[in-house]
Design a protein around this ligand. Structure first.
Ligand code: IPM
Ligand code: MN
Length: 386
């Protein structure tokens, strides 16, 4: 390229899966914030919106498999939420969400637990300085492989076997990522498991952490049983920097983490593909909340903070930091994190966040945060393992 050729702005192709319930509302608020981020930071996106979820399934019988190849072609996936009483529990979870995580090798489910300034937490006296950790949940194996069987079903002698599969390769890839993330943050990694009872899986996890830890001598390694985690996480979150854990333990303790940071409405997540073989997916942790769908009562913060993770993952670090700061600026001023206490509808809150992105970029607003959630994630993105 000759030196006088103007540099083309970066462009990314996004797959957008709004889904059911409040998914479409919070996703559309996040896209309004994305519009503002593009205008302010000089990149562009193309967006392909996919119809999927309960209504689509009832109408067509289609789940993940039917759109897998079209999704695969995108740089990243922004996901709303799925689930509706019209579809039996388990069908969409297994047929879409878990399929996507497994088929796209989204090995690390990264769930930050960060108490933002101005957000009310149920934990008395907790301060933002004391609550800034990241839970890295294994995302493709464990009890989530869906293997098992029942014999003598429906009789008093019924036997139910549910398997938890842990592979060395699956554990190693997520542990490696967790070490890299810890090395770029405060250099502490905690394994959360139940090695005293789940002895076989525990050996594999603890052994893998010890082995990979040899290559990260600067990272302090700690271990906490999952039951003890339920005590320590709310009372002493400052003990943790990066926590690595198996799929089911991670599912459980990240809901606890969301509660500690102020509620499901503000919790974000990244489902990261670590080898570049398929797109990563970004979603709020909350469900589809069909009871409040369409009322404007849903807080889009979880979706907007997930968008921040998505932008950090794409390499748009400045935009990622601004989107996080804008979301925090707006939720920090709310009386409550859902419903009328937000001070506006889902749409209006999204607009306020979009305006805050613009104001931050133009220097009319200063960030309420000292650092960005995505800073360390960006530092380890794509970098070689040791
Ligand atoms: C989550 C959800 C999912 C899970 C469900 C919807 C399959 O609870 O993302 O934590 O169990 O992983
Ligand atoms: Mn969950």
């Amino acid at each position: 390229m000759s030196s006088n050729t103007p540099q083309q702005p970066s462009s990314y192709s996004l797959a957008v899966v709004p889904g059911d319930g409040i998914g479409p509302e919070v996703t559309s608020a996040a896209l309004a914030v994305l519009d503002a981020a593009e205008a302010a930071f000089g990149f562009t996106t193309t967006r392909e919106v996919f119809s999927a979820g309960a209504h689509h399934y009832v109408a067509t019988g289609e789940l993940f498999a039917e759109i897998e190849e079209r999704l695969r072609g995108h740089d990243a996936i922004l996901f709303g939420s799925m689930g509706d009483p019209s579809v039996q529990p388990g069908i969409l979870e297994r047929g879409f969400i878990l399929q996507m995580r497994q088929r796209f090798a989204q090995a690390a489910n990264v769930r930050p637990v960060r108490l933002y300034p101005g957000v009310r937490t149920p934990i008395a006296d907790l301060t933002p300085e004391r609550c800034d950790l990241v839970i890295v949940r294994e995302n493709t194996e464990g009890a989530y492989v869906g293997r098992g069987s029942t014999v003598h079903e429906g009789t008093p002698h019924a036997v139910a076997v549910q398997e938890s599969i842990n592979t060395k390769a699956g554990v190693a890839r997520v542990v490696e990522y967790a070490f890299r993330l810890a090395a770029a943050r405060r250099r502490k990694l905690t394994l959360c498991h139940k090695t005293n009872i789940l002895v076989e899986a525990g050996k594999l996890w603890a052994g893998t952490v010890a082995e990979i830890g040899e290559r990260y001598p600067e990272v302090e390694v700690d271990y906490v049983h999952v039951d003890a985690m339920c005590f320590h996480l709310p009372t002493a979150p400052e003990r943790f920097d990066v926590v690595v854990t198996d799929n089911l333990f991670g599912d459980i303790i990240t809901d606890l983490g969301a509660t500690v940071q102020g509620g499901m409405g503000v919790a974000a997540s990244a489902n990261l593909n670590l080898d570049g073989s398929a797109p990563s997916m970004f979603e709020a942790i909350h469900g589809s909340a069909p009871d409040i769908a369409g009322t404007g009562a849903a807080n889009p913060a979880g979706a907007v903070l997930s968008l921040s993770l998505l932008l950090g993952h794409l390499g748009e670090a400045e935009a990622a930091a601004a989107v996080e700061a804008a979301a925090v600026h707006v939720i920090g001023g709310m009386q409550s994190l859902t419903g009328p206490g937000m001070g506006g509808t889902t749409d209006e809150v999204g607009q306020a966040m979009a305006q805050a992105v613009t104001a931050l970029a133009e220097g009319h607003l200063s960030s309420p945060l000292r650092d960005s959630l995505t800073g360390a994630m960006a530092a380890v993105r794509g970098g070689a393992q040791r």
